[in-house]
Every structure is written in structure tokens, then in C-alpha cells.
Design a protein around this ligand. Structure first.
Ligand SMILES: [Zn+2]
Length: 336
């Protein structure tokens, strides 16, 4: 993979004549993605992973904020970073939160699961800082203790609902997008927890076309392994109808080869039907994560870079759609 990225850079240097071509920009993104994955995955223990993300945030001139919480076994610490709104113009009222868990299990180095997701959120934060969204302010979240049962995201959602809670954050977002297992592959897996989120998932995929002429290959679906989107979807279920929490949109994104997504969906269907998992019957991706093989060498930075371009375009489409929703009310007022 490193060879592949280097080859891309060479190619574009040979073809280039000044100015950053799309290819050169892509190689730059891939190198940055790889550097961040390695920094997080190589770090000692969980504190080191968090420190690595904080260093990357400071390099982006974004201020990392720690949100400690009391886990059942030990204290955990979520990380949060707000992209400041541009100095000119009114700050957007809506909030887009991009989240990824930063912790890992004992085996391996947690590169695919989930240093890749952490790196994807960092890259997108940098892009929305450079070219802000119109209708959403953007917040990055890196959750602790996902592997212990989504504890960090649960604590975050609980604190967001209670302004007096320690570590109370920025409230709940209008749109939450989770990134888990986002490190290699040609296809996005866009999970929508509820039917209401399906429209957003479709608009997101249609919007990815802006990055390359055709929508990015994506599998949209309601079946997906547990991850940090779940506490957000759960709090929505119990929210007062019409309240901001009840109106929240929730998605989770993975990047994988298409056949591995199809295989995993079939596996999840079998499990829902009462099947018992066996080591031999595990889908490829589930046989890779949480093992000694989950290291940076499993990551394909150039594939992740291409997918991040698509995700950025898809999120910009959702941002534009949020503006379109608000437009009729403005028209009514001005037509009076
Ligand atoms: Zn994970």
C-alpha cells in the first residue's frame, strides 16, 4: 500500500507542471490518512491514542476538549473539537457531529477498528474548516470505551441531555454521522438506524456524485453491527415528539470491499434468524478486526482518501438539503 501511494505521487509529479492536480491532492490525502492511522495505532495504551488525535487537532489549529466520564470499571475520556464558524456571517444554527471510537481491544493495534475512522473524522474536520458548511457548524467526537459496550457515546449522549452533568457538551446534533471500520475498500456502507434516516442516506449517496460524476458505490441498509450511532438513535426514540432530539438524523459509515459488506449483511441476517457465529463462518472483516492482524498494513490509504472525497460531497449535499427544508418558511414570510 505504501508502495501504491508512493507510485501515485511519482506519477503525478511526472505528469504535473505546477499546481496540485487531483491525483497529487489525492496522494497527499492518502499520505496524511496513513500518517494519522499509524500515529493512533502505534500509540501505547488508550491515553496515547487520545494524545495522537489531540496532536493532530492542534496541528489543524483546533482545540481538543476532553470530556471525562465515569465508566463502570474505570474513568473514560471522550474527545471533542468544534470547528469555529467563519468570522464573517451568522453562525449556522444546525450542528453536524462526526464521531469515531478511539479505543481498541487488546489484540492487534486497532488500525482498521478504528484508527481509520478517527483519521477520517480528522480529515473531514480539516475540510469543513477550510470550506465551511452553510447550514451546520461541525463538531468532531472521538469516543472512548466503545469496545466495552458503547460506553463513551452513551455517556456523551446522557451528558448532552443534561447541561448540569459533568462534561456536558454541545447538546445533541441535528445530524450525527459515525465512522467505524473505515480503512480500505471500494464501497461505502451507509447504515440508517431508522426508516426516517433512509432518506438522508439516499440524499447522501446522491450527493457523493459531486466528487466524481457518479454516485460513489454504496450499500445502504438497516442491518449493521453495534457501534456509537446506537446511543444517538436510542435517545431519539425516547425524546419528546417535535423536540430537537426527536428530529435528529443518524447515520453510520464504513468502508469495505463490496463483497465483504454483502457477506457481513448476510451474516447479520443469519444471526437475526437465530444463527450461532462460528470462527470459520465469520465474514472476512469480522475475522480481521479484534485480532493481531488489525494493524496499519491492513489499511489502504488511497482507497480511504477516495472515499473521504465522496463522504465530504455527500455531507455537503445533506447540508444544502437542510437549507432547502428551511426555504419555504422564508418564502412565506417574504411573500406576505
Ligand atoms: Zn469499531
Amino acid at each position: 500500500m505504501i508502495v501504491h501511494v508512493a507510485a501515485l505521487a511519482l506519477l503525478s509529479t511526472a505528469a504535473g507542471g505546477g499546481g496540485e492536480t487531483g491525483e497529487a491532492a489525492g496522494a497527499g490525502v492518502a499520505r496524511r490518512f496513513e500518517r494519522r492511522v499509524v500515529a493512533v495505532a502505534a500509540a501505547e495504551a488508550l491515553d496515547g491514542r487520545r494524545d495522537a488525535i489531540e496532536n493532530e487537532l492542534r496541528a489543524l489549529r483546533l482545540e481538543p476538549q476532553r470530556r471525562p466520564f465515569a465508566g463502570p470499571q474505570r474513568e473514560g475520556t471522550n474527545l471533542l473539537a468544534v470547528v469555529p464558524p467563519p468570522a464573517a456571517g451568522a453562525a449556522p444554527e444546525r450542528t453536524l457531529m462526526l464521531g469515531a471510537h478511539l479505543d481498541r481491544v487488546e489484540a492487534g493495534t486497532g488500525a482498521v477498528d478504528n484508527a481509520g475512522g478517527c483519521a477520517a473524522v480528522l480529515e473531514l474536520l480539516g475540510r469543513f474548516q477550510a470550506r465551511p458548511l452553510t447550514h451546520h457548524r461541525v463538531v468532531g467526537l472521538w469516543f472512548d470505551q466503545e469496545e466495552q459496550g458503547l460506553l463513551g457515546s452513551r455517556a456523551f449522549v446522557e451528558a448532552a441531555g443534561d447541561p448540569a452533568a459533568p462534561g456536558a457538551a454541545a447538546g445533541l446534533p441535528d445530524l450525527f454521522v459515525n465512522f467505524d471500520v473505515f480503512a480500505y475498500g471500494d464501497t461505502l456502507w451507509a447504515h440508517h438506524p431508522s426508516e426516517d434516516d433512509r432518506t438522508a442516506a439516499r440524499n447522501f449517496v446522491a450527493g457523493t456524485a459531486a466528487a466524481g460524476g457518479e454516485p460513489f458505490p454504496t450499500v445502504i441498509g438497516p442491518l449493521y453491527p453495534p457501534s456509537d450511532h446506537r446511543p444517538f438513535a436510542a435517545v431519539r426514540e425516547t425524546a419528546e415528539p417535535g423536540s430537537p432530539a426527536a428530529e435528529m438524523t443518524v447515520l453510520s459509515l464504513s468502508l469495505l470491499p463490496r463483497e465483504q459488506i454483502v457477506e457481513t449483511v448476510a451474516f447479520l441476517e443469519a444471526m437475526e434468524g437465530g444463527g450461532r457465529p462460528t470462527r470459520a463462518g465469520l465474514p472476512k472483516i469480522l475475522a480481521l478486526i479484534h485480532t493481531a492482524n488489525d494493524t496499519p498494513s491492513a489499511v489502504r490509504p488511497s482507497e480511504a482518501a477516495a472515499a473521504i472525497d465522496a463522504v465530504e460531497a455527500g455531507l455537503r449535499a445533506l447540508d444544502a438539503a437542510a437549507g432547502a427544508e428551511a426555504a419555504p418558511a422564508t418564502d412565506d414570510e417574504t411573500n406576505d
